[in-house]
Design a protein around this ligand. Structure first.
Ligand SMILES: *Cc1c(COP(=O)(O)O)cnc(C)c1O
Length: 416
């Protein structure tokens, strides 16, 4: 067999396969026309202007309907959506929030921004939170659990909801990466007290930056609307169930979505099913071709019918092999990477040392300190350091998929 490119051999691909941006690469004439229309009315703001087109409102209605939720609110980002969700369900200073050991740093970051302290729970070989961890970790200070369907794989939401409810905890779903995934026939984001989605460029549908948060609870919704808009709730009278209720008084921020993003989001939402179907098909093709690689174990998919299909993840026998695999596949032209550098969130230096813009706030609020250190979640550390994964994009051609397979087989020959 040809030598590995990393060792001076010819790479499988002359030009590397394009980075996957599933929604981003679908941007076309429809998005361009929709944004142009908003601009032509000189009405980029959602609540007023010369001739507002209410694209954000249209998006929110379509999104809530698609995901079977009563309320949706467009936001500036997924991180903003998560912060709004946490504030909506009442998370604040002095609280602890259970989060999975592995996620994008924004999951823990939003908890800290809400004034609370993240408590890390073990993940398993699905790369998502082990539901029984809720029983182990919940104490009198714990307010909520954030479930993160990582890289397309839905969480075991029924068990998570059940265990969280038994401890009186709120559940927030961080669906940033897995829009369109489902567990037992219901969308990720349709289980929790609130759920946050991202439309940043790496996510399944995209407005560049942007997010959306959903709930079924009118009081949570009013809190979210006010937190996202300087304490005001401009469309309260559009909701008959809320119209007669006393106003909630609270400071807010400005985390509002603008009308150009709303216009793009409306179109991207229409593309979601097609994007997910395409990624699932491509992933299944590659997975089948790699099913007999020696020593390789695929990630457990909590509900194979509900996988969003954006990522194929495998565990290699050792950390060293996974590191070598990442470098070698990149040199061949289709890199398979560790999720988040192969370490749990709590091993990121500023997380481990609990450093924020305010010194150690909010960590210093707890009477009994929560500490982060290597060995905190040993099972998670083991799966984090041995996973390698590759993402799928609807634009990948048959030749791209065959190259991904050829690269994996070539690298496997030398590394496994
Ligand atoms: C991307 C991401 C976020 C943050 O979304 P942004 O839109 O980038 O702010 C939050 N949580 C997870 C799990 C993510 O992957």
């Amino acid at each position: 067999m040809e030598k590995l490119a990393i060792d001076g051999g010819a790479p499988v691909r002359a030009t590397p396969i394009q980075v996957a941006y599933p929604g981003g690469r679908q941007i076309g004439a429809e998005e361009i026309a929709a944004v142009t229309e908003v601009l032509s009315y000189k009405s980029p703001f959602r609540y007023y202007g010369p001739e507002p087109q209410y694209t954000v409102q249209k998006f929110e209605r379509a999104f809530a309907e698609k995901f079977g939720r009563k309320y949706a609110l467009g936001t500036t980002s997924g991180t903003a959506a998560l912060l709004i969700a946490l504030k909506g369900v009442g998370v604040g200073p002095g609280d602890k929030v259970i989060v999975p050991a592995l996620s994008f740093v924004a999951t823990a970051g939003a908890v800290v921004a809400a004034g609370a302290v993240p408590v890390f729970a073990e993940i398993d070989d699905s790369l998502s939170l082990v539901p029984s961890e809720i029983d182990r970790l919940a104490d009198a200070h714990t307010k909520a659990v954030v479930a993160v369907p990582l890289h397309g794989n839905p969480c075991r939401m029924e068990e998570i909801m059940q265990r969280a409810r038994a401890h009186g905890l709120k559940v927030v779903e961080d669906v940033a990466q897995s829009c369109g995934s489902k567990y037992h026939g219901k969308y990720s984001g349709s289980y929790g007290d609130a759920a946050a989605f991202s439309m940043q460029l790496n996510k399944i549908i995209s407005t560049g930056d942007g997010g959306v948060v959903v709930t079924d609870d009118p009081v949570v919704f009013e809190r979210m609307a006010r937190f996202h808009d300087q304490g005001s709730f401009r469309e309260k009278d559009k909701y008959p169930e809320l119209a007669g209720q006393p106003d909630i008084q609270m400071f807010g921020q400005n985390l509002r979505m603008n009308e150009m993003s709303g216009a793009v989001a409306c179109i991207q939402l229409q593309r979601l099913d097609g994007i997910v179907a395409s990624m699932r098909e491509k992933k299944a093709y590659v997975k089948a071709a790699l099913s007999d690689l020696p020593g390789v174990q695929f990630r457990t998919i909590n509900d194979p019918d509900g996988d969003a299909g954006c990522t194929l993840c495998m565990f290699l026998p050792t950390r060293e092999q996974a590191a070598r695999w990442g470098e070698a596949t990149a040199a061949e032209g289709a890199g398979w990477w560790f999720a988040y550098g192969g370490v749990p969130t709590y091993m990121i230096p500023f997380v481990r040392d609990q450093l924020t813009a305010d010194g150690h706030y909010p960590f210093c609020l707890l009477d009994e300190p929560v500490r982060y250190y290597e060995g905190l979640c040993p099972q998670s550390e083991d799966v984090c350091c041995r996973n390698v994964e590759i993402n799928f994009d609807p634009t990948y051609t048959q030749a791209d998929l065959d190259d991904i397979i050829a690269i994996a087989k070539k690298v496997a020959h030398y590394v496994l």
